[in-house]
Design a protein around this ligand. Structure first.
Ligand SMILES: [Zn+2]
Length: 184
């Protein structure tokens, strides 16, 4: 059943896709992420976007330089995915759960499995998988809807999450295929 799953869309914002920390690797997953969100929206599956929204004194800023600053264009959802979120949550750390309401919202909605998509596989996706694991959620990561700076970093992170957090590695095609065709 779809009712107990939520899709968590991590950092599909301008700075991480087409902006200062983005690139072709991130742009390449946009069509699959969009299709997944359109299809799951039709089926009323929960879709929560969790996105960087930084303050000047955040610990990441000296490390990466300014990116995804609060209230700037760089921290906005990319145009291709506008209108596809049930809910948007701002974060200030790699882990989407850390100092956010994500856990509370998932629990209020009876969600027990999170499906992670977005960028990058080895940073915010992997840290969000850790946050989900610590809080007892089952975790799926979609290999065609996540990306990292290199193919190797992507594959290594998937393997790490599978081994360490028991993550199920799947694809958008598989998720779409498992949704009942006339569930409405
Ligand atoms: Zn950041």
């Amino acid at each position: 059943m779809d009712e107990n799953k939520a899709i968590i869309v991590v950092d599909m914002i301008n700075d991480f896709v087409t902006g200062r920390l983005g690139g072709e690797y991130a742009e390449a997953i946009v069509p699959d992420v969009r299709e997944l969100l359109e299809k799951t929206k039709e089926k009323h599956m929960m879709r929560i976007f969790v996105q960087d929204s930084h303050e000047e004194d955040d610990p990441e800023i000296p490390h990466w330089g300014q990116h995804a600053m609060k209230d700037e264009e760089g921290s906005e959802t990319i145009p291709e995915l506008q209108g596809l979120a049930n809910k948007k949550i701002n974060k200030r750390f790699y882990d989407s759960f850390y100092k956010t309401d994500l856990e509370k919202i998932l629990k209020q909605n009876g969600i027990d499995r999170v499906i992670l998509v977005g960028v990058t596989t080895d940073i915010c996706i992997q840290n969000t998988a850790a946050g989900a694991f610590y809080r007892g959620f089952d975790i799926t990561v979609l290999k065609d809807c996540t990306a990292a700076l290199s193919k190797e970093r992507h594959e290594n992170a998937l393997e790490y999450m599978r081994t360490i957090f028991g993550v199920e590695v799947s694809s958008s095609e598989e998720i779409i295929a498992t949704m009942a065709p006339d569930q409405n």
